[in-house]
Design a protein. Structure first.
Length: 397
């Protein structure tokens, strides 16, 4: 009889594990990358298109004796959005998103050069938009070809062409690229200062995901925990004025009674402009925004928030018990990252009272290979996993 009861119990446990339910003790402290909270990809795409059109505006036609010899059209002259197509091969918008996610360019100018390349490849055989009139024997480069040859050949050719058009010498290449970086940063700042509402709307995650992530963080705060948001110094947001950054932060994180504060971080705005959170900035606030520039700084933050008695959890994938110490009460730290490198540096496969996860929905900042490594090491948080469990909007272990 006892054996039958034991068999029924383990069968029940196995079924629940396979159905995706998770018996967990919620982490007391949560760390999230800025890119897991906001859709930064759409903002980047719009900024790069605006930068390209501003840096290479329409050129006047070549006219001789009243006759137009050349229209001098450019593929991006007459479009305010990146063109799409029902066939993936000709869908520039989809191709650009795919390359951003696989190449993960960290320098702003690289994203602009990549977009220009795709426009010019798409225009092959279409003289009306700046392509060659006779394109026999040619075809656009595929996503795979650009990805495989970007660092070795393609990027250098794109840079050389841009530098030549600027009338600069090869020795002045870095100065030209710095100027292009600055132009993108300036456009970003101008957008935030002139129309913050449209910027915030574009960064909004899908409603269901936005609610799940927000509920996750508010649940942590309701249990008396802390939420730390990491912002990279390489992010365009790292250079914007404080009011805009504060408004963006409070949009998602201020859940009524949890103000966003400053603790060795970028300043945020006060209650007059900071949304529902309010309150003067001090070290006691439960939500902290920190600017980080290295993996070492990320490690320091994780270690400082990691409690001595880690939480005990049952994995929703394997049903195995992960435990090092403690009684299973809320404790430890959970880090939801958009980047794989920090998790490798921290040892994502080890459980030391911390849960390190690469999130699925921030694909712009991790490659396919990196996501595969995260899945293999059980360090990947699927969107469906966050949305599927009844308790997923309130806790994570």
């Amino acid at each position: 009889m006892a054996l039958r009861s034991l068999l029924v119990f383990f069968t029940f446990l196995f079924i629940f594990a396979k159905c995706g339910f998770s018996f967990t003790s919620p982490a007391k402290n949560i760390i999230v990358d800025w890119e897991t909270l906001f859709n930064t990809e759409d903002v980047e795409i719009k900024l790069c298109l605006d930068c390209l059109r501003g840096s290479r505006p329409p050129r006047p036609p070549t006219i001789c004796l009243g006759e137009t010899l050349a229209e001098n059209r450019q593929p991006w002259d007459e479009t305010e959005t990146i063109p799409s197509h029902r066939f993936r091969t000709f869908d520039t918008s989809r191709r650009y998103s795919a390359l951003l996610r696989e190449l993960c360019p960290q320098r702003p100018c690289d994203s602009v050069l990549l977009l220009r390349l795709l426009f010019e490849e798409d225009a092959i055989g279409r003289p009306r938009v700046g392509g060659r009139s006779n394109a026999r024997g040619t075809r656009p480069l595929t996503v795979g070809e650009i990805q495989a040859n970007w660092d070795a050949v393609v990027r250098d050719r794109c840079i050389a062409k841009w530098v030549s058009e600027e009338g600069a010498k090869p020795s002045e290449t870095e100065a030209v690229l710095v100027a292009l970086d600055k132009k993108l940063v300036d456009l970003h700042r101008e957008w935030l200062e002139s129309d913050l509402a449209s910027y915030a709307a574009l960064t909004h995650l899908p409603d269901s995901l936005d609610g799940a992530v927000g509920g996750l963080l508010r649940g942590c705060l309701d249990r008396g925990g802390t939420v730390t948001v990491l912002l990279r110094t390489t992010s365009l947001l790292a250079t914007v004025r404080e009011r805009a950054l504060g408004l963006l932060g409070t949009r998602l994180l201020a859940g009524g009674e949890h103000p966003i504060g400053e603790k060795n971080a970028l300043p945020t705005c006060d209650s007059a402009e900071g949304g529902k959170g309010g309150g003067k900035l001090d070290s006691a606030t439960a939500v902290t925004l920190k600017l980080v520039s290295s993996l070492g700084e990320v490690e320091t933050i994780v270690q400082s928030l990691n409690e001595s008695e880690p939480s005990v959890a049952l994995s929703s994938q394997s049903g195995e018990r992960n435990e090092e110490a403690g009684s299973g009460e809320a404790g430890g730290v959970a880090y939801l990252s958009a980047f794989w490198n920090p998790l490798v540096f921290l040892g994502a496969h080890q459980n030391r009272g911390r849960s390190l996860k690469l999130v699925e929905w921030a694909k712009r900042h991790s490659t396919f290979a990196e996501r595969a490594q995260a899945k293999a090491s059980n360090s990947f948080l699927f969107t469906e996993e966050l949305l599927g469990s009844p308790s997923s909007t309130t806790e994570i272990s």
